[in-house]
Ligand binder design. Structure first.
Ligand code: SAM
Ligand code: DTB
Ligand code: SF4
Length: 344
């Protein structure tokens, strides 16, 4: 295999030292290489747009040190019951009108109970029939859950590894890294697409960031969607005073993700509200091909939709065109301008 071939190949046998060596490349070389991989596998002018909705907020029994929804931390997030289907549909229609092609529903659960599944299945079915791709993130899945969600019309399930195996124990104590791998197996075996990534900026080392990417890239299949979240430091959580991370280190993380999982779509995920437009442009160049659009993530802020549309226009980016079984999703810039005429 020559150098070019191996650079673009899909591999599942990454050694930590190899990933660290990519991380340590001179910044410009790293970005050039990541962009070449990006352009070889994807349209670098297209960005997949997802919108998030918290369908069950707060009151979570888990202890994830980053999370504003853990009951045990005093973050001001009020616990709410599961939303009803009509409320979810209203938000999904608005997301579609703003240009989203995927709608992701998040629940602050350790995992769903058997009795929750029919209610969530109804939501998934309703959202899917709008012509949107569907994604759910609800924690650990029990026996048969993934299959029932798939049958309801779910396309993706999001379940993150969050951080490197050797840093994980400093962040979460109420579930093990292996529990996450088990849920990822359930997702894959049910025929769902996997959305799986992690968080950076929690005080981990560069080697540990490489360790997270190694764990992701050496899964039996690369997740189709890889969200890279920058920690949103929420007052009241144990990580509210986590040290600043150099923004260029974040760009490096996007670039290395791009290189080690060349066919996956890398999402520039949480933390965009804290980033400049220029930093986001570097992330798109380095291989980010997806964002969350909408004023809120789950409980924290996200850039204004108008600002994102204007950013796309300034960077000559356009939303990724996605054909669903039911209909074609709004995708062109002209469609968006029609739906939101106030966008310049
Ligand atoms: N409860 C489910 C679970 O933990 O899998 C689903 C919702 S949970 C909020 C989904 C993901 O959001 C987490 O795995 C984490 O990666 C991300 N997340 C949560 N709080 C965050 C924060 N403050 N900053 C960045 N990412 C965060
Ligand atoms: C993911 O990796 N990031 C999203 C989504 N998957 C569910 C969640 C980000 C949450 C940020 C904190 C909040 O808004 O509560
Ligand atoms: Fe609960 Fe998920 Fe937050 Fe962890 S990340 S505390 S499981 S809502």
């Amino acid at each position: 295999m020559d150098g070019m071939t191996s650079e673009f190949a899909v591999r599942h046998d990454w050694a930590l030292a190899e990933i660290e060596a990519i991380f340590n490349l001179p910044f410009m070389d790293l970005l050039a290489r990541a962009h070449a991989v990006h352009a070889a596998h994807h349209d670098p002018h297209a960005v997949q747009v997802s919108t998030l909705l918290s369908i069950k907020t707060g009151g979570c029994p888990e202890d994830c040190a980053y999370c504003p929804q853990a009951q045990r931390y005093h973050t001001g997030v009020e616990a709410q019951k599961l939303l009803d289907v009509d409320a979810v549909l209203e938000r999904a229609r608005a997301a579609k009108a703003a240009g989203a092609s995927r709608f992701c529903m998040g629940a602050a659960w350790r995992g769903p109970k058997d009795r929750d599944i029919p209610k969530v299945a109804e939501m998934i079915h309703a959202v899917k029939s709008l012509g949107l791709e569907t994604c759910a993130t609800m924690g650990l899945l029990g026996e048969g859950h993934a299959r029932q969600l798939k049958d309801a019309g779910l396309d993706y399930y999001n379940h993150n590894l969050d951080t490197a195996p050797d840093f994980y124990g400093e962040i979460i104590h109420t579930r093990e890294f292996e529990d996450r791998l088990d849920t990822l197996d359930e997702i894959r075996h049910a025929g769902l697409k996997t959305c799986c990534g992690g968080i950076v900026g929690m005080g981990e080392t560069r080697t540990q960031r490489a360790g997270l990417l190694q764990a992701l890239a050496n899964l039996p299949e690369h997740p189709q969607s890889v969200p890279i979240n920058q920690l949103v430091r929420v007052p009241g959580t144990p990580l509210e005073h986590a040290p600043d991370m150099d923004p260029f280190e974040f760009v490096r993380t996007i670039a290395v993700t791009r290189i080690v999982m060349p066919e996956s779509i890398v999402r520039l995920s949480a933390g965009r509200q804290q980033m400049s437009d220029e930093l986001q442009a570097l992330c798109f160049f380095a291989g980010a091909g997806s964002i969350f659009m909408g004023e809120k993530l789950l409980t924290t802020g996200n850039p204004d939709v108008e600002h994102d549309h204007a950013l796309f226009a300034r960077l000559d980016l356009h939303p990724l065109h996605i054909e669903t079984e039911s209909q074609t999703v709004v995708t062109t810039h002209a469609d968006i301008l029609e739906a939101c005429p106030h966008v310049a």
